[in-house]
Design a protein around this ligand. Structure first.
Ligand SMILES: Cc1ncc(COP(=O)(O)O)c(C=O)c1O
Length: 495
């Protein structure tokens, strides 16, 4: 390097750094105070206020203009940045709003949010005790609690970036346990495999089969009954048929709380089939897992303790905030680490000064991994198990109320009362003003453009479009249930 070039480098290294946020930098601190004020006013206070809009709909071209998305070479002033933060919030959907029924997650829990803010600020990765001492210990404690609710006194687990990923991990683990060679030899080590799930399963099972090289053809679709629950007799038939065709069955994925109908597969009967055929039982309880907290309703998941793995998303029914997705395992043989570990020597040195078993990063296929346990831990500490149980029970009661109110109204038809022992997690409703499948999309367009409400619709089987009502937000009241029915009537009055 020439002396001139070296001088340039040194000058560059000595140029103005990003201001430190240690209190000396008034500007940076003031910016964050202002942003936090905007978040509290616009996203939290207004974003959860029933009289405010759920969303301010704009057509994509107009929204692009309003947001001025282009990234330029010149930076902007603090005023401009604050205005941009306001705009981001203004045009985003407020999923914590009491009229947001669109997804299986909704609501804004203040304690969970506190955990999310701390997580974002500390900005660490969950992989080693060295850089995440608090969260390594906390993750294990939270997973232990969730496992205990499943009915396991020991086991393993990890927080995953989504329930879909948890399901894919379960498939990979089941395959590895049966064919450990496939870690090294890949698909060459495998006979044609078969896995089984009901027609009501989440689409991530098929995606997982494709992603893991099994192919979607390896997913055998088992019949569901009129309420959407897997038929165990058909499962057994399908297993026998697959074997007769030369495939090797290795996993059954049952669902506890299906995505559209909210059905709970009969886990005891399915576990019996798995036991008879020596198959790994995975329970996708992404939606329904939180029901385990309720003494009154946990019987819906009877038999879950017999599973080998469970996917459970506290960000759905418990409103812990995206993302909070636990994959729980009954295994105590370090299967996760054996299946996914790569022993990177720059990260997982074996001669560290502390117990290297605390470096949990090699359990997963990711390198860096978000901290997802803190939001649930803070919320649990604040609410206690009892508070969370009451929340789950309330959602059952609100859904029950909604169904009863709907039955009193002429304009609605209950497509399916997803009732198991007197309870519905989701009431599906259809505007009977017209049985045309276009009705739901028209109502949807109207509600979104007015910003008054958001609720999802879909066709299902032979059934045309209908609205799927999800009760998950812990702040919902009877008034919100009444509003839903009134608003659908109002939006559809001229149809
Ligand atoms: C039953 C079920 N499993 C898995 C998932 C996927 O979860 P995630 O969106 O966290 O990937 C969903 C999502 O709604 C679901 O309903």
């Amino acid at each position: 390097m020439t002396p001139a070039l070296l001088t340039d480098f040194i000058l560059m290294a000595d140029s103005k750094p990003l201001p430190a946020l240690n209190g000396n930098s008034m500007a940076a601190e003031a910016l964050l105070q202002e942003v936090f004020g905007i978040v509290v006013d616009e996203a939290i206070r207004k974003g959860t206020c029933a009289s405010e809009k759920v969303c301010e709909w704009k057509e994509p071209e107009e929204l692009k203009q309003l947001l001025d998305l282009e990234l330029r070479s010149q930076g902007e002033s603090q005023e401009q940045i604050l205005e941009r933060c306001r705009a981001v919030i203004r045009y985003s959907v407020k999923t914590g709003h009491p009229r947001f029924f669109n997804q299986l997650f909704s609501g804004l829990d203040a304690h969970a949010l506190a955990g999310r803010i701390i997580t974002e600020t500390l900005n660490t990765s969950q992989y080693t005790y060295e850089i995440a001492p608090v969260f390594v210990l906390m993750e294990e404690e939270v997973l232990k609690k969730l496992r205990a609710l499943v009915g396991w006194s020991s086991g393993d687990g990890v927080f995953c970036p989504g329930g879909s990923i948890s399901n894919m991990y379960a498939i990979n683990l089941a395959r590895y346990q049966r064919f450990p060679d496939c870690k090294q030899r890949g698909l060459r080590a495998l006979p044609p495999l078969a896995l089984f799930t009901s027609k009501e399963c989440h689409y991530s099972i098929k995606k997982g089969a494709a992603f893991l090289g099994l192919g979607t053809d390896s997913v055998r679709v088992v019949k569901a009954d009129e309420r959407g629950r897997m038929v165990p007799e058909d499962l057994e038939q399908q297993i026998i048929m697959a074997e007769a065709e030369g495939a090797v069955p290795f996993l059954v994925s049952a669902t506890a709380g299906t995505t559209v109908l909210g059905a709970f597969d009969p886990l005891e009967a399915i576990a019996n089939v798995c036991q008879r055929h020596g198959l790994w039982l995975h329970v996708d309880a992404a939606w329904g897992g939180s029901v385990l907290l309720s003494q009154t309703h946990r019987h819906l998941l009877d038999g879950i303790q017999r599973a080998d793995s469970v996917a459970w998303n506290p960000h759905k029914l418990l409103a812990a905030g995206l993302q909070c997705c636990a994959l729980l395992l009954r295994d105590t043989s370090n299967l996760l680490k054996r299946c996914h570990g790569a022993q990177a020597s720059y990260l997982f040195q074996q001669d560290k000064f502390y117990d290297v078993a605390l470096d949990t990063g090699d359990k997963v296929v990711q390198c860096g991994r978000r901290v997802d346990c803190l939001k649930l831990w803070v919320m649990w500490k604040a609410q206690g198990g009892q508070g969370l149980e009451q929340r789950v029970d309330r959602t059952f009661a609100l859904a029950r109320y909604l169904v009863e109110e709907m039955k009193k109204r002429e304009g609605f038809e209950l497509v399916l009362e997803v009732r198991v022992a007197g309870w519905e997690i989701k009431a599906s409703l259809l505007e009977s003003v017209s049985t045309l499948p276009q009705v739901a999309p028209v109502l949807k367009e109207r509600m979104v453009k007015e910003g008054s409400m958001m609720i999802g619709y879909q066709p299902h089987g032979t059934q045309g479009n209908f609205f799927r009502m999800v009760v998950a937000n812990p702040s919902l009241t009877l008034a919100d249930m009444d509003f839903l029915l009134d608003e659908l009537e109002r939006l559809g009055q001229d149809l």
